[in-house]
Design a protein around this ligand. Structure first.
Ligand code: DQA
Length: 143
């Protein structure tokens, strides 16, 4: 089973960025933890980050036929991107929405996810563990 982890804008700054919200873990640390767990669960993963909306759209489109599930932390694009939503819907690859922080406990503009209605489900508020739960959810979704 192949799972594609996609990370949106500013997640490359994890570790330095608002540590009171996101902690001190870097994206590389998160990737290492996900890889370790995926190995135990016999899942193959690819882990990517982009600050560009169009690049994320292209990666979602290309996932069809190559990955069984996408685990997506769309970061700020969660709240703004019709293009990401349309890509998820168009490609039909089951997608799990994840966030490090509990977006519902934060500013009001973070309470709306444009991608949630086209995702299989949503995990948020568990920090780095949101990624590990996302991995488990991907395996469950794949049945
Ligand atoms: C985030 C939450 C988003 O609202 C924010 O724009 C991010 C990170 C999270 O993982 O908690 O960049 O997706």
């Amino acid at each position: 089973m192949k799972i594609l982890f996609l990370n949106g804008p500013n997640l490359n700054l994890l570790g330095q960025r608002e540590p009171e919200v996101y902690g001190h873990t870097t994206l590389a640390d998160i990737e290492a933890k996900v890889r370790e767990r995926a190995g135990k669960l016999k899942a193959e993963i690819e882990f990517r980050q982009s600050n560009l909306e169009g690049e994320l759209v292209t990666w979602i489109q290309q996932a069809k036929g190559r990955f069984e599930v996408i685990v997506l932390n769309a970061a700020a694009y969660t709240h703004t991107s019709v293009a990401l939503r349309d890509a998820i819907k168009a490609t039909g690859v089951p997608t799990i929405e994840i966030h490090l922080s509990n977006v519902y406990a934060r500013e009001e503009f973070r309470h709306t996810s444009l991608i949630a209605p086209v995702c299989h489900g949503q995990i948020c508020g568990f920090g780095l563990n949101s990624y590990l739960l996302g991995l488990e959810a991907a395996i469950i979704v794949n049945g």
